[in-house]
Design a protein around this ligand. Sequence first.
Ligand code: SAM
Length: 268
Amino acid sequence: MKLALAEHGLRLTKSLGQNFLHDQNQIRRIVSAAETGPADKILEIGPGLGPLTELLAAKAGEVLAIEKDKRLFDYLSQKFSTLSHLKLLHADALEYLKHHRRWRDWKLAANLPYSVASPLLVELAWAEEPPERLTATLQLEVARRIDAATGSEYYGVLGLLLRLRYESRGWFKIPAACFFPVPEVDSACIVLARRAEPLLATALHGTFTRIVKRGFSQRRKMMFKLLKEDWPEDALRRGFDVAALAPRTRAEEVSLEQFARLTEALCL
Ligand code: SAM
């Protein structure tokens, strides 16, 4: 990797989260977790120097890899010039996803740029047609937040927003030493599978977000008191009854299903 960088005069940019994964075992583990086969279309965000891209392209029917760094994009275009089923795109993935919202028969497999990993996942999960599976390497702490159970210290907005549409299939740790340059924190690869049945009608997703964000705006406070800033008290009382929530409950004690039922009741 160092050689490739030196040969092509490529200098790393910290703000683009350029910590490259060089451990082949971990790369194989990610591809296997992504359940990549010849019938699959794979979206990769941030291909970097392309080690994951190479393995994905060897297994999948089609790969679309979006890279923001023009120097890396040029490097990859040269490196993979013979692969017709791999399409490389020079773009900011976050911007691109705002305008491309149909990913129904796609799977994400990526080692994400950490500074934008959470918004990228939310953008995909809340797309008009979200991908079938999300396999993403990100900071270990973020994986814990996505996978957190109700009541845990990691439970909160990010996990709830993603798991409204996805079920967590768990995560595995990737030690910092597997990357170059070595980051300050460990990473993890999280796997999310799209729910067969939606937990909530799409039209209610905006209200769900408002409730969850308001509820967690002050973790230690009773959710009823916080929600009173946005909803009338009698509607909240009815909603809490429907969702079987005690008035003194804090947001961290409320399950995803209870948030969904409360949303429906407040939208009646
Ligand atoms: N996939 C490579 C690997 O595993 O070694 C590189 C992963 S590195 C953590 C993140 C990559 O995302 C970098 O190549 C960086 O240039 C790229 N990147 C950063 N922000 C991006 C964005 N908004 N859109 C697309 N690519 C981005």
